[in-house]
Ligand binder design. Structure first.
Ligand code: ADP
Ligand code: ZN
Ligand code: MG
Length: 476
């Protein structure tokens, strides 16, 4: 039997206004190569200056994962030649990264938790983009020099599930911190997955391969599953040494397989040396103060939801995984919906309907304040749960948002009026004298029959709680 060992390197694009070493905007540009200047074009003589906002955002992340901040981190040159990097080197932090020794806690399916160590995270400049159009290749340097925070984990994960849980937690954390939009499709949150196996009980790690640049949680899981199988088979067939070599591989999303891209570079291949054009990044008191203010993070939200609002931990985990879902939920409660009802209406009723429309929570046609009113009307007994669903269905497809007017228009109001319900009860009881006699003689099962008849007579509009209560009184 084998054990899987996984370590992740995640590249997070920081959402600063300007690039890491020049004042070019990072915002979308209509034209290729328009967000560029002598520095990010690497023209001779242009000098880099470190972006303070990027440093503060990295420090906020450090504080969120309880890491050590290096108050004098340094930059280095990593040499490689590729058309999307006109300087033929990348400025990164190799010898003295801005942060070390953080930790990220993940929740596992069996309800337990595990801490994954973050060895370090460093600031570096992104490359541009090569675009291949038939026989022609073009280079767009709008992205060149955009700040990245590369977050390196220790080889602490033991399954694809743990790796995905870690990635989701990191993703949520940088979104809450508002240091990145972490849009995976657009590549502002992408990761390299290092995978090895070892026989259970063996202490030494096996040979790892690095699968580069995966941009979805599902692909991460698929790439790990494929590698674990490939490496295990090689081991069992006695060809582990030949077939599992330290190398860089690519994941083919169409075939679900990984393929060798190139042999693993050693640090020496990159000829790292200190960046001569930049001095150490000195952290000032002002920067420390700016990085200290943190929003409420996922773990703290889970603690608050479970203790103050008595929400089940599993439900809380689902809600806090997405910042927008958590905001929506907190608005529901702030507007007066009972927390437990809010969970159900948000995570099953609304989310289910949004999934069918392939919409995310921020695209929800029904706003939190409106859904809160709907939930309150159920709690007040004005409409039934079933009526609430009908009302929500209606609002998903129409623009009317006056909940009370809609209740009237759709005829959803429950009959809670004692007189009206009693009148129906008396009629049912009069029509079923024989059953009433049986009930009184001890056949208590018949109670359900009477409830059903009253509900039917009211065409479902009677408040079931009231029906139960009044029937009991009448029959006693
Ligand atoms: P390098 O210096 O060659 O980049 P690192 O020690 O920095 O290597 O590790 C890079 C990544 O690979 C880290 O995320 C680390 O956790 C992971 N890693 C290291 N060894 C293994 C292994 N045997 N199996 C899986 N992942 C590993
Ligand atoms: Zn520039
Ligand atoms: Mg490394």
């Amino acid at each position: 039997m084998f054990e899987t060992v996984i370590g992740l390197e995640v590249h997070v694009q920081l959402n600063t206004k300007t690039k890491l070493f020049c004042s070019c905007p990072t915002s979308f540009a209509e034209h290729q190569n328009s967000n560029t200047c002598p520095t990010c074009l690497a023209l001779p003589g242009a000098l880099p200056v470190v972006n303070k906002e990027a440093a503060i955002k990295a420090m906020r992340f450090a504080n969120a994962i309880e890491a050590q901040i290096d108050e004098a981190s340094r930059f280095d040159r990593k040499s490689y030649f590729y058309p999307d990097s006109p300087s033929a080197y990348q400025i990164t932090q190799f010898y003295a990264p801005i942060l070390r020794d953080g930790k990220v806690t993940i929740d596992l399916a069996d309800g337990t938790q595990k801490t994954i160590r973050v060895t370090e995270a460093h600031l570096e400049a992104d490359a541009g983009k090569n675009m291949h159009e038939g026989a022609v290749s073009k280079v767009d340097l709008n992205r060149a020099g955009t700040p990245l925070l590369e977050i390196v984990s220790a080889p602490d994960m033991r399954s694809a599930d743990e790796a995905v849980a870690y990635l989701k937690k990191l993703h949520a954390t940088v979104r809450y911190l508002d240091i990145s939009d972490a849009n995976m499709q657009e590549g502002s949150f992408r990761c390299d997955v290092n995978i090895s196996i070892r026989p259970k009980g063996q202490e030494a790690f096996g040979t790892r391969v690095e699968v580069k640049n995966i941009n979805s949680f599902r692909f991460v899981a698929q790439a790990i599953a494929y590698e674990v199988q490939r490496q295990t088979e090689a081991y069992e067939d006695g060809v582990y040494e030949q077939e599992v070599v330290q190398e860089t591989r690519l994941f083919d999303v169409n075939k679900g397989v990984t393929r060798s891209m190139r042999g693993k570079e050693e640090a020496a291949d990159y000829r790292y040396f200190p960046e001569p054009d930049l001095r150490p990044l000195i952290v000032t008191e002002e920067m420390k103060a700016a990085a200290r203010e943190l929003p409420e993070l996922p773990d703290q939200k889970v603690a608050r939801y479970t203790s103050e609002w008595k929400i089940k931990r599993d439900d809380a985990l689902v809600i806090v995984a997405d910042k927008n879902l958590a905001n929506y939920f907190e608005t529901l409660v702030a507007e007066g919906a009972a927390p437990k009802q809010a969970v159900t209406w948000l995570t099953s009723e609304l989310t289910g309907r949004l999934n069918k429309l392939s919409k995310s929570i921020e695209e929800s046609p029904v706003e939190a304040t409106t859904l809160a009113t709907l939930i309150k009307r159920i709690e007040e007994g004005v409409i039934s749960g079933k009526g609430g669903k009908e009302l929500l269905d209606h609002m998903m497809e129409n623009n009317e948002r006056d909940v009370d007017a809609l209740i009237e228009k759709l005829g959803l109001e429950q009959v809670s009026d004692d007189g009206a319900i009693l009148a129906m009860i008396d009629e049912i009881l009069a029509d079923n004298e024989d059953k009433v006699a049986e009930y009184k003689a001890g056949k208590e099962k018949l109670f359900g029959f009477f409830v059903g008849q009253v509900m039917k007579a009211s065409k479902g509009s009677a408040n079931p709680g009231k029906v139960n209560q009044l029937l009991k009184e009448r029959l006693s």
